[in-house]
Ligand binder design. Structure first.
Ligand code: NDP
Length: 483
């Protein structure tokens, strides 16, 4: 059985404990590879390697950093099919989605930050004095060793979204992918060796959050933590990192509203609303799982949406015509099923879905759930307040803008929101008042990597994307010269 290895100091090595854990294929429920059960000894070794590599890497000309990152882009594109297959097997997502979204985006992340490294500049200010002048210039210097911790839902996509800007900024890295989906990070470490990334610039320690993740966060020589994951884990990380005065970027959970006005472009809205609710089995932090529909359109929407969702094919993620793949783990499967039970207890009516799917053949023991649409719940019940992170959406009618804004903003989260309307003034009015870091008008998950990405309230602190990420991984130093 394949053994994943840590990537430390440019080498692929087993963990200090020599212990490995099982890695499951969610579509079959079977163990298919082994992951290092690393601990703080491996983290220390990785931090030491990153510290050793930092002086040289931080002084490496931007053009050389650019060339290495672009080599990685070429290698990811060369291995697109193999990486997409690996992502699908590890996570349960359809191979079609991994081929179209996850792996191309990983390549784009490296390409984007390779070119950004070539376009960064320092600011300067002329300062007028009484009887003279001074020149202030502000250097942006790489922070040093940084920690990057990522979740399981978009494994390589989100991992590289952190790694690429950190490398481009001149930092060295100790990273931990989710223990549940470590495979493509491992394959990436092989590509880094092939691309000629100097040893120690990027280190991957595989293992659990409590052992490896918390050791990275607590290590005194790790200057910043870039984390994407659940809000509870984010709180724990902040508790450890804050007294150590580390820089923190926290991209956390969401419970995103999708607000549909009766004047919208109906066909576009219907297609995108289905995608927004159920893409990647609903396991995207940006999924629009709370759907609010203006009353005059509610019954028509309900009928068409339920028909559309019931037609989605839940099946083997490796088959080309599968729409909804497997749920990432047994534990997460149980959590989603329990939320469907809770929705019923809270008075919700299941309009479609609501049950486990039993497939035949290869996937007979996999973890599959029908895409589920629920109505009849109030906005403030637990089902509508807590993040389910699965193929479950609720629908609810509304009458006025004020009413729906109240529903939308009633949750502790504030990651993204979607508004469907052809009324331009209303779109701007709503966008200004809605409490979320990202607002999509008449679209969903339309991404431009230059834009700031992140949430408000309990969805996180800080922004990724564009130059924001390069700023995060660097620290300003102002030099004032009296002339
Ligand atoms: P978790 O918070 O459980 O885990 C995220 C990562 O943190 C994993 O690598 C995990 O390791 C690690 N970790 C766990 N405990 C600790 C700890 N004490 N110290 C340091 N690291 C730790 O999230 P999930 O993997 O379950 O991902 C789903 C969550 O991620 C959802 O809430 C979702 O909304 C959010 N998310 C947010 C996004 C955003 O951009 N805002 C994007 C995508 C997802 P291990 O796997 O071993 O537990």
């Amino acid at each position: 059985m394949e053994k994943i290895l840590n990537y430390i100091g440019g080498e692929l090595i087993p963990p200090a404990s020599a212990q490995f854990m099982d890695n499951f294929d969610p579509s079959t429920g079977a163990v298919y590879s082994q992951i290092p059960d690393s601990d703080e000894r491996d983290v220390k070794r990785a931090v030491d390697a990153a510290k050793e590599a930092f002086p040289k890497w931080s002084q490496t000309p931007a053009e050389d950093r650019f060339k290495i990152l672009m080599r990685l882009v070429d290698l990811i594109e060369r291995d697109l099919d193999a990486l997409a297959l690996a992502e699908s097997i590890d996570n349960g997502k359809t191979v079609a989605l991994a081929t179209k979204l996850d792996i191309p985006r990983a390549a784009s992340n490296f390409r984007f930050y390779a070119t950004a490294a070539m376009h960064t500049a320092n600011e300067s200010h002329d300062t007028a004095l009484n009887g003279g002048t001074a020149l202030n210039y502000t250097l942006r210097q790489p922070l040093g060793v940084v920690g990057c911790i990522s979740p399981w839902n978009l494994p390589l996509y989100l991992f590289t979204w952190k790694i690429a800007p950190a490398i481009a900024a001149g930092c060295t890295i100790v990273a931990k992918p989710s223990e549940i989906t470590p495979m493509t990070a491992y394959l990436l470490s092989e590509l880094c060796i092939e691309a000629g990334l100097p040893p120690g610039v990027f280190n991957i320690v595989h293992g659990t959050g409590p052992k490896v993740g918390s050791a990275i966060v607590a290590h005194k020589d790790v200057k910043a933590i870039s984390f994407t994951g659940g809000t509870k884990t984010g709180e724990e990380i902040a508790r450890t990192a804050a007294p150590l005065f580390k820089k923190l970027s926290l991209e956390l959970g969401g419970k995103n509203p999708n607000i549909i006005f009766a004047d919208c472009n109906y066909d576009e809205m219907l297609a995108e609303t289905g995608r927004a609710a159920f893409a990647n089995q609903g396991e995207i932090c940006l999924c629009g799982s709370r759907i609010f529909v203006e009353r005059p359109m509610y019954e028509q929407f309900k009928r068409d949406f339920v028909e559309q969702v019931s037609a989605l094919k839940v099946g083997d993620p490796l088959e080309a015509d599968t729409d909804v793949g497997a749920i990432v783990s047994k534990q997460h499967f149980d959590k989603i099923i329990s939320y469907i039970g809770l929705a019923k207890e809270e008075g919700g009516t299941i309009l479609t879905g609501g049950k486990q799917v039993h497939l035949e053949g290869r996937c007979a023991d996999g973890w599959f759930i029908e895409p589920t649409v629920i109505e009849g719940l109030k906005h403030d019940c637990r089902t509508n307040q807590e993040e389910i992170f699965g193929p479950v959406a609720t629908i609810q009618p509304f009458d006025t803008e004020e009413e729906v804004l109240g529903y939308a903003n009633s949750v502790r989260y504030g990651l993204s929101s979607t508004i469907w309307t052809e009324n331009l003034s209303r779109a701007h009015r709503m966008a200004a008042k809605i409490e979320s870091g990202i607002v999509w008008v008449n679209c969903w998950l339309l991404r431009d990597l230059r834009t700031p990405f992140g949430g408000v309230k309990d969805s996180g602190v800080g922004r990724e994307g564009g130059f924001e990420a390069l700023r995060f991984f660097t620290e300003e130093k102002n030099v004032c010269v009296k002339l």
